[in-house]
Design a protein around this ligand. Sequence first.
Ligand code: PA5
Length: 467
Amino acid sequence: MLQVYWKNATDKVVGSDHGITQTDLTGIENAMQRAHETVVQQCREGTLGYAALPSQRPQYAEGVKRLVAKYQPDARDMVVLGIGGSALGNIALQSALNPSTWNLLTDRARKGPRLFVVDNVDPALLKDIMKIVQRRLDRTVVNVISKSGETAETASQFMLFRDLLQRKVRRGWADRIVATTDAKKGTLHEIAKAEGYEMLDVPDDVGGRFSVLSPVGLFSAAMCNIDIDQLLAGAESMKQRCEVMDIMQNPGCMLAAVKYLMMAKKGKPMHVMMPYSNRLHMMADWYRQLWAESLGKKTDRDGHDVFVGPTPIKALGTTDQHSQVQLYREGPNDKLTVFLEVKKHPANTRIPEDFTDVPGLGYLAKRQTGKLISAEKLATEFALATSQRPSVTIRFPEINAKHVGEFLYLYEFTTSLMGELLNINAYDQPAVELGKQATFALMGRDGYDDLAKRTRPFKRTDKRYLA
Ligand code: PA5
């Protein structure tokens, strides 16, 4: 199972100015107990939607499997259209659980379609992907994902791909689209019903960034042969571990305690996630959204302005040792680094027995690459600790669906606890709305005239740029 190692975040390693002391832990115990009780109670009452996904809503996995049985046998390409919580989980799962070369493998070597997650409206990206998939659109599945059904990015991607399908496939084009959206209402829901698309539900009570274990994340994963039962089983086992109220036993409570104390008492609002594994790199992207949208809030639940929120930062070991670690060691001591470590990597290569008599290279001869990356991680942990920079390590015994499920649930639960400790609503994102609406206004949507006027001074003409 996933393990959390936090000794390098304590006073014993980095000193009491920067590390957590026994007194700090004792001091937070009551607040943590209350936070834990509230979150666990919400899980039991069924008011915390994401917590029900691992085992209490089997209908979602069943719906996904029905569509996988229909589409997977002949699908060669799959395009996911979505953004934010409707895309980041899909990317994280695919990157972690399939090789990075998945799309380069031959159709025979892959047990599922190539996967393209289009999570932007960058014109060049859209064009590139449309060009690639249009060669075999009759064997492509387009999965449009939007809870609200009206997000401008997803809506425009959808209109482009729908048009492409209509033009190139003609008969049966609508059957190439699967809409993942609200089960009962919304613009996308209405269109999907009217045009006869297959549909999957975004649970009403699960916000985008908590939806990876719902049909939002599960469909593309299962299409690409990821074992979604194991993913859910892993999440369920972490859920059970997180039910015990004991900071020392409960990985969610421990992680939340360290992160909260670092932010509130040790002057460390910067929370780096640094996987020592390319496969887990996109997990850090998923975490960034979860952490930022859930915990970055202006007001607390009593209506006071608090302007809280740790800043999530994504790094990659070993790559960023040669880019970021200089800052992490000698810059402001305002960061907590969470390393993701893998005990048994999906592959391990022995370095050839060459250059044995060359002092600068000989030590590498015959060593395993897995051993090298572990040594590099330990070296960075040591180097940070030497400069009184705290860190935590989350260890994956190996990268498989079960451990990834554990990890996803661990972070969702930790986010809920953080929300309670900070006394904020971790499930809304009011600050994202204005940007979404200003886009509507700038693109001329009816009913947004006032907002369009307010955005006018921000429009630049070429004259306002420096030459
Ligand atoms: O986490 C969230 O709620 C957001 O990131 C949404 O997922 C994102 O804005 C996309 O929204 P929708 O699924 O409604 O298109």
